[in-house]
Design a protein around this ligand. Sequence first.
Ligand SMILES: [Zn+2]
Length: 199
Amino acid sequence: MSFFPGVLDELIEKFASLPGIGTKSAQRLAFHILGMPEGEAEDFANTILRAKSSIHCCRVCQNLTDRDVCTVCGDSRRDHSTVCVVADPKDVAAIERTREYGGVFHVLHGVISPMIRVGPDDIRIKELVDRVAGGGVKEIIMATNPDTEGEATARYIARLIRPFDVRVTRLAYGIPVGGNLEFADDATLSRALEGRTDI
Ligand SMILES: [Zn+2]
C-alpha cells in the first residue's frame, strides 16, 4: 500500500523501470522532478520526446543520429575504407574520444548472445555484410568487447566477411595503462603477449 498519490507512484515506477535505478533512487528522482519549476519539468519532458522523435540510426553505419547520414559517415576527410565494428553507440564515443581513429564505424546494437536469445538476425550484421558487399571497404576492425559474446560475435562476422577481399582485424588486448603485470589475469597477460608490437 503506497502513501503517495497515484500519479506520483506511476512516476516512481517509470524511473524504477530504467536500467540501474532502484526504488530508492527512483523515489529521489521523482521527488526532484516534483520540486522543479514548472518550465524546467516541461523542458525535461519535451527533451525526452524530441530525442525520441528525431534520433534514429544512420543509413550507413547504424550509429544514432538526427540526420539521414551521421557526421562521421558524412565526413569526406575520414577513411571510408576502414570500418571499426562496435557493439554499442557508446563505444563509438569512447573510440572518438581517443582522437586516434580516422576511419568510419559500424554499430551492431548488441552482440550475439544465445543465453538471452539474441541471434545474428537480431543485431545489425546484415547491414554490415551488405555494406562490405557494396565495395570500397578494405579493413574491418572488430572492436567488440573481449568477453565470450564479443569474441563469438567477432568470429561469426569474420567468417561472413571472409569471401570478400577485406582484411579483418581485432583490437589488441593488453595490460591496462597504469596497470601492474603482477596483478594481470592469465588470459589478459597471454593476450598481451600475443598482441605485442615493435617499439
Ligand atoms: Zn553513419
